[in-house]
Design a protein around this ligand. Sequence first.
Ligand code: SF4
Length: 374
Amino acid sequence: MVRILRMPSESIWLDPVLSERLTRYRAICKGKKIARFLIAKKTPVIGLDDSENNIEKIWLKHKEVHHDFNSLVKDCDKGNVILKDIESPEISFLDLKAKIADKIIENCHFCERRCHVNRKAGETGICKLGVKSVVSSAFLHVGEEPPLVPSGTIFFASCVFKCVFCQNHDISQDWNKDNINIKGNEVGSSHLVAIQQKLISEGAININWVGGDPIPNVHNIIQSLQTLDNNIVQLWNSNMYLTQESMNLLVDIMDFWLPDLKFRDNAFAKRMSGVNNYWETVIRNIKFAYTEGSGEIIIRHLCMPNRIEKDTYPILDWVKDEVPLAFVNIMAQYRPEYRANRSEYKDINRRVTTTEMQLARQYADKNGIAWRQV
Ligand code: SF4
């Protein structure tokens, strides 16, 4: 069967705001700049024995090498250094990250649920995942934001949130790895390499880690990148409920960020998604990706019924003040699915009105936020 892909027109890049703010992303897509994980592979870790097990010492070394890594990224971007001319170090920055991730999973704190279970020993936390990942599907996605398609999207089963309105609850919350209904595949890192290579061969311009949510799979993703050699954008598409530790691992190796920013009100977030400290956690991580990472970000804000003043406006205010060069996809796709039509959720049991969407977009315009491009 011949598959016809709807390719985005190159003309989208005539938009000066888009081309100026996503310069590095576009250059990687065109093979003119190098994906960050490949640079991390060539950044040496010196003065740390491979058998070192003291996690504090390992983190200290990580902090030190983070600076060397940033210098190497700058040198590569300026053309002062040709990456392929650098010999692969005995221990690379990416190896160090894989080692730390392998320790985190023994006392799991990839997300702010901080279950502290040993997933290697068969214990499971809120996400119900062991060491292996469960991939629900992987395909070229042409429905993402125009600059991102065709996107090599890898959907993991499981999520660390319990959103009452989840449209993907079959893979995020109601999945069961022993149940064939989710068509799930338990995979390790080598399988993730093969999936990425297949997507690249089919024409993906990025690898889009999503779910459910990709957070519980940080260890397998990093391990897969230790093997992958293709110069391809790595894109983090997530609810962003990561710990600072996970962010420290990912911030150097993700080229593009596609975070959700749903709620301003923590009590509402708790009622909708079952998590504590939503706002502080998610804005901390988005700001960190903006200042310490690639800074190339599209924030997805799902407008919800009766929440424009309580959530949308303050979120747009925050974007204007704290991450002004981020794009915002102001989304109208909310539908009252899953548990949202129960009597206790009457306030969200409808779609967002045209008037509410107009108010959201007008407010974004008033704040000078770039949303039309995405
Ligand atoms: S990823 Fe999050 S939810 Fe899953 S076990 Fe680790 S801390 Fe718990």
